[in-house]
Ligand binder design. Sequence first.
Ligand SMILES: CC(=O)N[C@H]1[C@@H](OP(=O)(O)OP(=O)(O)OC[C@H]2O[C@@H](n3ccc(=O)[nH]c3=O)[C@H](O)[C@@H]2O)O[C@H](CO)[C@@H](O)[C@@H]1O[C@H](C)C(=O)N[C@@H](C)C(=O)N[C@H](CCC(=O)O)C(=O)O
Ligand SMILES: Nc1ncnc2c1ncn2[C@@H]1O[C@H](COP(=O)(O)OP(=O)(O)OP(=O)(O)O)[C@@H](O)[C@H]1O
Ligand SMILES: N[C@H](CCC[C@H](N)C(=O)O)C(=O)O
Ligand SMILES: [Mg+2]
Length: 491
Amino acid sequence: MGAQARPLSSLGLTALGGANPDVTDIAVDSRQVRDGTLFAAMPGTRVHGATFIQYAVRMGAVAVLTDRAGADIAAGHLDGIAVVLTDDPRAALSRTAALWFGGQPDTMVAVTGTNGKTSVATFVRQIWIEMGLSAVNLGTTGVEGAWTAPLAHTTPEPITLHRTLAGARAAGITHAAMEASSHGLDQRRLDGVTLTAAGFTNFTQDHLDYHETFEAYFDAKAGLFARVLPEEGIAVINIDDPRGVDMAAIARARGQTVLSVGRDGGDLHLTAQRFDTTGQDVRLSFAGKSYTAHLPLIGGFQADNVMLACGLVIACGAEPQAVFETLPHLGTVRGRMQLAATRENGAAVFVDYAHTPDAVATALAAMRPHVMGKLVAVVGAGGDRDAGKRPLMGQAAAQNADVVFVTDDNPRSEDPALIRAAVMDGCPNAHEVGDRAEAILRAVDALGPGDALLIAGKGHETGQVVGDDILPFDDAEQASVAVAALEGRLT
Ligand SMILES: CC(=O)N[C@H]1[C@@H](OP(=O)(O)OP(=O)(O)OC[C@H]2O[C@@H](n3ccc(=O)[nH]c3=O)[C@H](O)[C@@H]2O)O[C@H](CO)[C@@H](O)[C@@H]1O[C@H](C)C(=O)N[C@@H](C)C(=O)N[C@H](CCC(=O)O)C(=O)O
Ligand SMILES: Nc1ncnc2c1ncn2[C@@H]1O[C@H](COP(=O)(O)OP(=O)(O)OP(=O)(O)O)[C@@H](O)[C@H]1O
Ligand SMILES: N[C@H](CCC[C@H](N)C(=O)O)C(=O)O
Ligand SMILES: [Mg+2]
């Protein structure tokens, strides 16, 4: 909450006719408006927020921030309140929220890409903490690290975001790594954040329900470099991804310094990787020097995420040697290639957040070097999300696992049987088991010595969204329950 009333003009806003009322709060939802509030009436995906201006005024709004379309919708209801009109009210709201809450950790980085954002942001935070700094990561798993808080979005809307950042700063947090989701970028949610560096992981299919085309999805992600990261910022880019090369060109065109990372070359370069039962050894090359480290992380792709994280920390001014020395102390990211249970015969059960075709393929392929026997997968797709990815996720599972169980993820408002049928189109030989707990039980039951199971899709989530209900559900817990039940340890 903003502590006290402040004139509208102090928030960087100029109202029509020079009105300059004192503002006591800012809100993006009319239902949160109270006396003295600046109501930001945003063009939405379902409705224009300006539809609710009349109500907001009744609740005590003294000023409205909107666009021309919003002013037209609310015509006749704007008398007596200050009206700020702008072509890009979402960007204006972000800058206003930054000024209203007035503080963020001194050093901040953001990371975008289809997969790996949470992992990279978590590794950045872990590295900073190992270096003795007071750091957090913000994103899908909430605020984690030296200060914790829950978040409803991967990239929170600007008011929540800046309230959180100001809270973190007040708690002594000096360093923060945040996720920039494509929705968040498209909706300008992080345009008020001051970034030292920004990272790009990769670009594959997701969220076409929202962005409609691959190019629009890419352009949203590119906004991190084309708009949010300042010209003096450093762009840390995975150039193994073909679109990483495009992203680097966008960053260079802005005058940003590019620090490239990759396996095929790059300023920070992975030159060797060897797997063992507890993780992997990596050799990295940076600025003419070679560094080796044991990463206690399962999954070859985590080396890519760790490299990007190292690049971001170095971009913020850390000594490379000190950064690479922290690597043996990194920990598993919650719900990402997390060992959840082990059967008495040694078969391991992993939980992972793979919810795109590329992630399912990558996560399963990453398990192969750790598995002697057969690889079993439990996979499903979420409702009210990109429907085109469903058969592709099934296909990725069929191509990379020996046995596949198709089950429900978060059906949300959709018919789960139809979602499963779409996934099954990509893996017709899979076993279809709608109930997720039963699918996990049957998959665990299928494990012999040397086999392994990947339960994909829900990672750290602790609920299953069915219609408007969130039913308690935790893949890691269900994996343990299944192992215990099958081995007679449940009474
Ligand atoms: C599709 C999408 O991103 N929608 C987000 C968007 O809502 P919207 O503006 O489209 O909402 P709307 O219902 O059309 O309403 C328009 C405006 O009217 C206002 N309103 C509405 C009703 C009312 O009574 N009074 C009122 O003032 C709303 O606050 C809104 O500002 O702005 C809202 C406020 O910032 C968000 O809560 C909402 O996120 C919805 C809930 C959502 O599910 N978003 C997901 C898809 C999302 O953002 N996911 C990404 C991660 C994706 C990933 O990387 O995997 C994320 O960053 O979390
Ligand atoms: N570098 C990578 N390349 C390909 N797949 C990856 C990579 N990193 C992670 N993944 C896969 O993507 C899944 C999600 O990882 P993570 O949560 O880090 O991504 P995210 O981008 O934050 O996802 P979200 O869009 O939900 O925020 C992992 O569980 C793993 O299966
Ligand atoms: N941030 C992603 C998470 C998807 C997780 C998966 N379990 C699903 O519900 O589809 C999204 O909202 O698309
Ligand atoms: Mg995430």
